[in-house]
Ligand binder design. Structure first.
Ligand SMILES: Nc1ncnc2c1ncn2[C@@H]1O[C@H](COP(=O)(O)OP(=O)(O)O)[C@@H](O)[C@H]1O
Ligand SMILES: [Mg+2]
Length: 825
């Protein structure tokens, strides 16, 4: 699009300059036809401008050459030749840079300015052609030939002129620099030539276009060209207008949408989303108030709440902050249950839930008593808190139940909670390897949560529950940190009042939580942890205890759980004993309960298949029918059979699952002093076997073994039964006995079991797990147990009923062991 405002800015010419403030005015000169023009004229080159006949143009002249020209012209008739220079870059163009056709102009009104330039108004009179330049100095002078134009209107030109005016007026609407209204009245339809030139001056044509327009000879040619040009121009203007208005439309659309969306938001806010958030914040505020948090937690909660109200709901952070706040406000900061400190009540509850375990229950009650006194006591009818705990309180602050599976460790914990009227929760530590499980992940982790301790507390809803940390000996540790270290802090009364979960990152007081731990063995429990714990051992039950537990607890529970009525199943003592002997071999009662459950399910199936409305029938289970319910007998009292040959001795072992019996076999074959041991035997047991062999060799003569026997024989010791790894020194005397039996060809008494460490000199050293081992021997149907003499005090732990049924040999030396173990017949 052309710049129609160019006129206003003032167009510069080489030597002439379009006067900036003047408008082109239509010249109303008399007909130029009547004017006589001279043969030659001074030529004033114009830069970027063509002056048409019938128009008046203001020009500024600054070039010395041009000023000289004007000065000389004034002295003559005032006529000059106005020619455009086609080389607009040349400041002082020569004859070759000047268009040959131009307009003869008469100079009107000159004004000399202070800066030396001349301002003047020229009137275009008629076209002329330069025939040839006759002078270039002091200014250009050329011999000219006038090119008059036919000005008489024809019908065709009249029509074209009207059309042109219409079109021009239309264009004027788009172009502000064309004063359409003013022109409408002044355009002279009677003189088409004057009209086309006037219009042309307003069109701001390119120089070449303007020159071309000037050079058209026929009026119709000029008219046609203008019509075409104005048509194009108008079209462009209209298109521009259209584009502009469309753009405006689009902009308006976008704006409209923006406003609508804003309005929608406002409406949503109005309708409740904002209310909801407001409500949420309010609820949180109330909950924070109600939770009674300590200062640090409260501060954190308020800070996070502030953050929440400023976050957009759509932000990922929002959910994170919200979850965190939920955790904070839902923790039992102050909520607590009231303890029942009545020790008689406690004992009553323990008795209700568990058969036997007198000693254990007694110790629990004692523990509770001490705990109670430590908290404070009633003095003169008022409660007086005991002074803050001292470091020595750490010892034994935590109860630990240690013993094989199924002896009631976990259920005792539940019982204690019931006795004290506290909430109960259990955290299984088995296989836990990551510290974060105890302490949580930092909030920066995606999907982070508090650790198990805080989760448990939230679930309990009180800050003083009984929490069983089950199977503390199964705690693992790896690169993710040691959970035991975290537990140490949890269980330390000195530290746990400011326990800091990684996720919550504010201290929480765990000191009112009563932690109870359980373990199968304490070997794997880190010593610092053991140090905090008061260990209560549960070795396992005797047969009669199991029967009593089964009758009072397990059977009624299984009957109930399988949807039976108590009178529908009768499991008498004989049947229970049979189940215990033939289908279980355990220290606890877990397997026993499972087997009772199987019987009950079989009965339940039978009952359920009866037609509806049948009479209630009682199913009295007979011992001889047990195989129908439980399949073939699973365990045999095989000690007698296995030890019938010389070279096999019955040992007693103690593992995390309780006491066991194991058979140690020895065999000899021709060879040279070799000793082979098989059966998943650990290093300590291998050494113990070496020691046993050395002892036997040293006693060869006394035992009646040929002097050269060991030179000619290899010995193989095998410890069969399962892939249970066996280790420890307590099989020493058993191995020695098996070897002695083999070499003396005297079998071991079939109902005798033994345990004890052996030294090279044949001394018998004490071992652990006496009670568990004796119970296992009893289960296996043995009648004599050989024990190290130094273990004698532990016999006190053995239940009386077992002491009555079994005999014990307390041996100081291997000689005494062999005397008791080897048959004399
Ligand atoms: N002395 C007992 N009196 C009554 N039930 C018992 C007794 N000992 C164990 N039980 C029952 O045996 C089952 C196994 O006990 P549990 O506490 O799980 O053993 P643990 O935790 O030592 O492996 C439980 O149902 C428990 O009630
Ligand atoms: Mg348990």
């Amino acid at each position: 699009m052309k710049n129609f405002d160019r006129l206003q800015e003032g167009a510069f010419t080489e030597e002439t300059m379009l006067a900036g403030d003047a408008r082109v005015t239509t010249a109303h000169s008399s007909s130029p036809m009547s004017v006589e023009f001279p043969q030659s004229l001074p030529i004033l080159p114009l830069r970027g401008l063509v002056v048409y006949p019938h128009t008046a143009v203001p020009l500024n002249v600054g070039q010395p050459r041009s000023i000289r020209l004007l000065e000389s012209t004034n002295q003559q008739n005032g006529l000059i030749g106005l020619c455009a220079s086609h080389d607009q870059d040349r400041a002082v163009p020569g004859p070759d840079e000047i268009y040959r056709i131009g307009t003869i102009g008469s100079v009107h009104r000159q004004l000399r300015r202070k800066d030396g330039t001349i301002r003047m108004l020229v009137n275009g009179l008629q076209r002329f052609r330069i025939k040839e330049f006759v002078a270039t100095d002091p200014f250009l002078v050329a011999e000219i030939e006038p090119l008059p134009e036919d000005e008489t209107p024809s019908t065709q030109s009249m029509a074209m002129t009207r059309n042109l005016v219409d079109m021009f007026m239309r264009l004027a609407e788009y172009v502000p620099s064309i004063p359409g209204d003013l022109l409408a009245s002044s355009l002279n339809l009677e003189n088409p030539l004057q009209l086309v030139y006037t219009i042309a001056t307003y069109l701001q044509l390119e120089l070449s276009e303007a020159q071309q327009f000037l050079e058209f000879n026929a009026l119709t040619e000029k008219l046609a060209w203008l019509v075409r040009h104005i048509g194009q121009e108008t079209e462009i203007m209209e298109m521009g207008q259209r584009i502009r208005s469309e753009a405006v439309g689009q902009m308006e659309q976008a704006q409209r949408e923006y406003f609508l969306r804003e309005q929608l938001k406002a409406i949503q806010r109005e309708l409740g989303e904002a209310d909801e958030r407001e409500l949420e914040a309010k609820t949180f505020r109330e909950k924070i108030e109600a939770a009674n948090m300590p200062a640090e937690a409260r501060q954190e909660a308020e800070r996070e709440l502030n953050r929440l109200t400023r976050l957009p709901v759509a932000a990922a952070e929002y959910g994170v902050v919200r979850t965190y706040l939920e955790w904070l406000v839902n923790l039992p900061w102050e909520a607590a249950t009231t303890d029942n400190l009545d020790l008689h009540h406690a004992r009553a509850v323990l008795d209700e839930d568990h058969h036997g375990l007198d000693e254990v229950k007694e110790r629990i009650v004692e523990f509770l008593a001490v705990r109670r006194l430590r908290q404070g006591r009633m003095v003169d009818g008022g409660w007086e808190a005991t002074a803050v705990s001292t470091p020595s309180d750490r010892h034994g602050a935590i109860l630990c139940f240690a013993g094989p599976p199924g002896v009631g460790k976990t259920s005792l914990g539940r019982s204690i909670a019931r006795a004290m009227g506290r909430q109960f929760a259990r955290i299984s530590l088995g296989g836990m390897r990551d510290e974060a499980e105890i302490r949580g992940h930092r909030r920066t982790y995606i999907g982070a949560l508090p650790g198990r301790i805080m989760q448990t507390l939230r679930r309990c809803g009180s800050k003083n529950p009984v929490v069983i940390l089950d199977e503390i000996d199964k705690l693992g540790a790896d690169f993710r940190g040691d959970p035991a270290a975290a537990l140490l802090e949890v269980l330390d009364p000195e530290q746990n009042n400011t326990f800091r979960d990684h996720y919550l990152d504010v201290p929480f007081d765990l000191s009112s939580v009563m932690f109870i731990t359980t373990a199968n063995t304490l070997d794997a429990v880190p010593v610092p942890l053991q140090d905090r714990m008061e260990v209560i051992r549960l070795a396992g039950y005797t047969e009669s205890e199991k029967i009593a537990i089964a009758e009072q607890y397990l059977a009624p529970r299984q009957i109930r759980e399988n949807g039976l009525l108590p009178e529908e199943v009768v499991l008498d003592t004989a049947v229970l004993r049979q189940i215990i002997r033939d289908y279980t071999r355990e220290a606890g009662v877990r397997e026993l309960e499972r087997q009772i459950g199987r019987v009950c399910r079989k009965v339940a199936t039978a009952v359920a298949t009866l037609p509806d409305g049948s009479q209630i029938t009682s199913h009295a289970i007979q011992p001889e029918h047990l195989t129908d319910f439980l399949g073939p007998v699973r365990y045999f009292a095989d000690a007698a059979q296995r030890t019938s040959l010389a070279g096999v001795a019955t040992g007693l072992a103690w593992t995390s699952t309780g006491g066991h019996i194991l058979f140690i076999e020895a065999a000899k074959m021709p060879g040279q002093k070799g000793l082979t041991i098989t059966g998943q035997v650990g290093e300590v047991m291998q050494e113990s076997a070496q020691a046993a062999l050395t002892y036997v060799r040293s006693k060869a003569e006394q035992l009646g073994i040929a002097a050269n026997f060991f030179d000619q024989h290899d010995i193989h010791i095998h410890i069969p039964a399962g892939a249970i790894p066996k280790d420890g020194p307590s099989a020493g005397i058993t191995i020695a006995t098996a070897l002695a039996s083999l070499l003396t060809k005297r079998p071991v008494c079939h109902d005798t079991g033994m345990t004890g460490e052996i030294t090279l000199r044949g001394q018998v050293m004490p071992i652990g797990g006496v009670k568990e081992k004796v119970l296992a021997a009893h289960r296996a149907g043995l009648h004599t147990v050989i024990l190290p003499y130094q273990n004698e005090p532990e016999l006190a732990d053995i239940p009386d009923e077992i002491k009555e049924e079994m005999s014990f040999v307390l041996a100081r030396t291997m000689d005494e062991v062999l005397t008791a173990a080897l048959c004399t017949d």
